[in-house]
Ligand binder design. Structure first.
Ligand code: SF4
Length: 323
């Protein structure tokens, strides 16, 4: 469904009186990966790892600095402006914050129905019929179409956001922290809804989240990002049961467990310090400033990502020694 080849996204940083370019933020720095049809690919990492930027590049909401994007067999890298319209039908996004994602002065029918007017030229009753059908599918009452966003709870608003994303029957959806702005009590309901809709419509998801429990529950495969790079990719259970990159081990160690005896054998690593600035990423392995196993080679040479077992990829010089 999706193939990324060596994607980079650098943002210029301006400063001084003349606001000249004084550097660049390497938000995404050489990411390659595939997502198969019907798959849910989870992308995890701390704030500043580049996962949200990558999600926006995939959808062409922002242009990559370099690299190529293939969607459903087509190279979409060079598409611009109106050429992107057909793609907007097929690729959608569900943003993190349903409070910001909905126009406060528009009724639900106008919010959810707008893509039908733009892409299918529908009007009046035709739009209302499709909106009504979609609201039912996301667990809302069709009568809700005549109300405004402020009349709904957070969970209901996220259902409206999902209805809008699905109204054109897309194939691929980026879920950008879809539940993190919601109360814990409604998070599971929204995740179950997304899971049901995936089955019903044969969707493919890219799930961006810092919540490892959500990613574990919901994804087929997981990619771990650190400072703009993918450091580990594996099928979900393999990644959580047998993490090989020290950063992944650190992330997984930070998940609270109800009974520590159950995970006695699992290796632990405390992640110290903050993620460094992507403007001046560390040389060699970018994780070396926080890695307790770092050796000289880690400071000077960047580790390549390599397949260590079927479908399990790691970028670490010492993965053999640490196994
Ligand atoms: Fe740690 Fe070195 Fe592996 Fe980087 S390459 S994760 S610094 S051991």
């Amino acid at each position: 469904m999706l193939r990324l080849q060596d994607i980079r996204k650098y943002f210029p940083v301006r400063g001084g009186v003349l606001m000249k370019v004084i550097g660049e933020i390497k938000a995404v720095d050489g990411v390659s990966m595939d997502i198969g049809k019907g798959e849910t690919f989870g992308l995890v990492g701390e704030t500043g790892s580049g996962k949200t930027t990558l999600g926006r590049v995939v959808l062409k909401l922002i242009e990559p600095t370099s690299g190529r994007i293939f969607f459903d067999g087509r190279d979409i890298t060079e598409l611009r402006g109106k050429e992107l319209l057909p793609l907007r039908r097929e690729m959608q996004i569900v943003f993190q914050d349903p409070y910001k994602a909905l126009h406060p002065k528009k009724k639900v029918k106008d919010i959810v129905g707008e893509p039908l007017i733009i892409h299918e030229g529908l009007r009046g009753k035709e739009v209302e019929e499709r909106v009504s059908e979609m609201l039912k599918l996301v667990g809302l009452n069709p009568e809700h179409m005549h109300r405004y966003p402020h009349e709904f709870s957070g969970g209901q608003r996220q259902r409206i956001v999902i209805a809008r994303a699905l109204i054109l029957r897309p194939k691929f959806i980026v879920l950008d922290e879809p539940t993190s702005a919601l109360d814990v009590s409604v998070q599971a309901k929204i995740l179950n809804l997304l899971s049901d809709l995936k089955e019903k419509f044969g969707l493919t998801y890219l799930l961006i989240s810092h919540n490892l429990a959500v990613v574990r529950h919901f994804s087929n495969r997981v990619g771990v990002m650190y400072l703009g790079k993918l450091v580990e990719v594996a099928p979900t259970e393999e990644l959580f049961e047998n993490p090989r990159h020290p950063y992944t081990i650190g992330l997984i160690s930070s998940i609270p467990v109800p009974d520590p005896k159950l995970v006695k054998s699992r290796r632990k690593l405390l992640l110290l310090g903050e993620i460094p600035s992507p403007m001046n990423p560390p040389s060699g392995c970018r994780f070396h400033t926080r890695c307790p196993y770092a050796k000289e080679v880690c400071r000077t040479e960047e580790p390549k990502i390599e397949e260590i077992s079927e479908g399990h990829y790691v970028a670490c010089h010492l993965w053999r020694e640490l196994s």
